[in-house]
Design a protein around this ligand. Structure first.
Ligand code: GUN
Ligand code: FE
Length: 457
């Protein structure tokens, strides 16, 4: 029921609103009333407002019926925060699901480098990246941290597409100048760094305030980067301390032992990346399957964030390991979810949530009960507020606190295609409906997607 619809209106929803206040507290707001101002910010969140008193409540905060577009959600419909994908390879959109069970260095050589090399062609890049961004938006990913290919032109196209389609995104040109074939690596440290600066400048030009798009420093991982390249990237971070940084960290034994061989001076990856100035509260470290006590302590001190990629961890790359998520949470180390699409075969955060549960149950067994399996509301936290914290965007998004920007998914749990989401019944509580959606729903249940108040699906 739409009461009015004109330009620059305040977007108003009445009905069930679900979000996390922190990892322990899932808040289910019944008869909630949320008001989004025309600039996309949440200006008001009220609880227990009866349908009949919506207009008086709006009027009490100075809004007339004409200024608002009011939506009344029905039973089975609810709002949740948009999903944050903290780790994702845009060029691998074209290779999802390929190379199951392979170890990381073999998988990169056989499947990934030949695939990513194709992004030297800007027309091809535009076609694949357009499908990629559309695909993630369809699935409710309102914020994504993307690795691009090594190509600056293709990477800038990815950033342009995210901005045009309205997705909040970190986008980075992938830096790699060794341990990769001649046809797919940065020619020299100098060109790698200057192309990085070129992409950084492009993104600052298209979105000067970084409202949606931010450049992210993206060394692929230490194996493919010479010391001078890592040091040069660290210098860029030093002069631009607001830049996020992403890389792969302690993913698999093959990767960790080869890293040690290439960097004999360092005992572990924390000391290695930190030496080059690449660890800070803005660092997003993917995988972190194997963590020593020392590395856990350093993560906490340095305020690094973890991109947990439970699908790829157990299917591609050779980690085949349930990462210590309970330990991160216990120590208050930031952690969110990554699809790692396409090492991860799925580009759905719902799938990542489910696999995080599965992996955590395996971890409970292998840790002899020390690391208890995750709960559904905890993986929901990882997918929303946890991810926002990892990206240092939790003052902007991650839940529906007043003042944040409205990144939201409108979930429709009724009337989904047969066989998809578990049907809801008359007496189902909202908690139960949420569980059914998280465990069995898919993008058909994500009816509408909003980013900064703009509808993108
Ligand atoms: N390590 C270095 N590059 C990659 C990549 O593309 N995917 C995964 N899973 N690990 C990596
Ligand atoms: Fe990855």
């Amino acid at each position: 029921k739409r009461l009015a619809a004109t330009m620059a209106q305040h977007l108003v929803f009445h009905g069930t609103i679900i979000h996390c206040l922190n990892v322990e507290d899932l808040e289910i707001i019944k008869d909630g009333l949320i008001v989004v101002s025309p600039d996309g910010a949440i200006s008001s969140l009220m609880r227990s407002v009866e349908e009949a008193s919506v207009l008086p409540h709006l009027s009490a905060i100075g809004l007339s019926e004409q200024q608002c577009s009011v939506r009344f959600l029905e039973r089975g419909q609810f709002l949740i925060p948009g999903f944050v994908d903290t780790h994702n390879h845009a060029p691998q959109w074209a290779q999802r699901g390929i190379g199951q069970g392979m170890h990381i260095l073999d998988w990169l050589e056989k499947h990934t480098f030949p695939n990513e090399a194709r992004f030297s062609d800007p027309a091809y890049a535009r076609r694949v990246y357009s499908s990629c961004v559309d695909g993630f938006l369809q699935q409710g990913v309102t914020t994504a941290s993307y690795y691009g290919s090594i190509h600056p032109e293709a990477t800038n196209i990815l950033a342009d597409l995210c901005l045009e389609k309205g997705q909040r995104a970190f986008v980075g040109k992938c830096n790699m100048n060794r341990e990769a074939p001649d046809y797919y690596r940065d020619a020299t440290v100098r060109t790698s760094l200057s192309e990085t600066q070129q992409c950084l400048a492009h993104m600052r030009m298209i979105d000067p305030e970084g409202r949606l798009i931010k450049y992210v420093i993206t060394p692929r991982f230490a194996i493919t980067c010479e010391d001078d390249l890592l040091a040069g990237l660290g210098e860029i971070v030093k002069s631009n301390p607001d830049l996020p940084i992403q890389t792969h960290f302690n993913e698999a034994e093959q990767e960790m032992s080869y890293t040690k061989k290439l960097f004999p001076k360092f005992d572990n990856e924390v000391d290695l990346y930190n030496h080059f100035g690449l660890l800070s509260r803005r660092s997003i470290l993917a995988h972190c399957c194997y963590m020593s006590e020392y590395e856990l302590e350093r993560f906490k001190e340095l305020e690094c964030g973890v991109a947990h990629c439970p699908i790829s961890n157990m299917t591609v790359g050779g980690g085949f390991m349930a990462a210590p998520i309970r330990e991160f949470l216990r120590r208050d180390i930031k952690v969110g979810l990554g699809t790692d699409s396409g090492g991860g075969f799925s580009s759905s955060i719902l799938d990542a949530m489910r696999q995080a549960l599965v992996a955590s149950n395996a971890r409970e067994v292998t840790s002899q009960g020390k690391d208890k399996g995750l709960l559904i509301h905890e993986v929901f936290y990882l997918a929303t507020l946890g991810g926002a914290k990892v990206c240092c965007l939790d003052e902007k998004v991650g839940n529906f606190s007043v003042g944040k920007e409205f990144d939201a998914l409108l979930i429709e749990s009724k009337n989904s295609a047969p066989g998809v989401m578990t049907m809801i019944e008359e007496h189902d509580s909202i908690d139960l409906i949420l569980d059914k959606f998280i465990m069995t729903g898919d993008d058909r249940n994500i009816k509408e997607v909003f980013i900064c108040g703009r509808r993108v699906k």
